[in-house]
Design a protein around this ligand. Sequence first.
Ligand SMILES: CC(C)(COP(=O)(O)OP(=O)(O)OC[C@H]1O[C@@H](n2cnc3c(N)ncnc32)[C@H](O)[C@@H]1OP(=O)(O)O)[C@@H](O)C(=O)NCCC(=O)NCCS
Length: 215
Amino acid sequence: MHPLLVIGASGLAREAIVVARAAGLDPIGIVDDDASRLPYPVAGVPVIGPIDRVLSIPEARLLVCIGSGAARERVVARLARLGVDRSRYATLIDPSVRNPGESPIGVGSILLAGVVVTVDALLGDHVVVMPNTTITHDCMVGDFATLTAGVSLGGGVSVGRRATLGMNAAVRQHLSIGADAVIGMGAVVLHDVPAGATWVGVPASPMRYAEAGGA
Ligand SMILES: CC(C)(COP(=O)(O)OP(=O)(O)OC[C@H]1O[C@@H](n2cnc3c(N)ncnc32)[C@H](O)[C@@H]1OP(=O)(O)O)[C@@H](O)C(=O)NCCC(=O)NCCS
């Protein structure tokens, strides 16, 4: 079994550890910069030190288990500056995932139970796809994007780098979700969403924040 170090003592880490074991990897430790998490085990795996500890265990593959795509990107960039290259990252795919067209899935990506990738899709690096999400033909999902549970992407949808789609959001075919955009839970997206925007609702529209102290 290949040793695996998990980065981030998170709920996603627990979800990934159980899949990793089922996929024949051996999670030997978790690294986290929050010293208060030492040495408490997460899903039976001890927290062994700060993130830079991965440098002292070069034989272990790595998996960044941090929910925020922007935070995942910061960790990967930091480790790259310390000489950790792309080839060290594992790609974690739950055995129940269906990807019959063998669409490419980038390094560091995590696909949890029940995800379906139909055909001719492309998933970048360090993408997180939570249970029962459906990615249909010709979709492109950018690096560090996060698709939470139950998301549905129509054919030809493009999801930008670091974008996050909330639970059960649905995106009409051929639309584009910009980089860093956030789509709220349960949204039905009928138009392109600009980079950095937060859209919610049915049909989805830009989220309006209540004014502080407003009537
Ligand atoms: C969209 C989202 C990011 C907004 O979070 P936030 O900035 O903390 O916003 P708030 O909860 O303060 O809500 C702000 C307003 O938007 C509304 N709102 C929030 N989320 C909404 C949603 N998904 N759909 C419709 N309206 C929503 C709130 O009712 C509130 O309206 P009000 O000002 O009229 O009372 C968040 O609600 C969301 O949907 N996150 C995804 C969660 C998820 O899928 N998690 C998976 C974890 S694994």
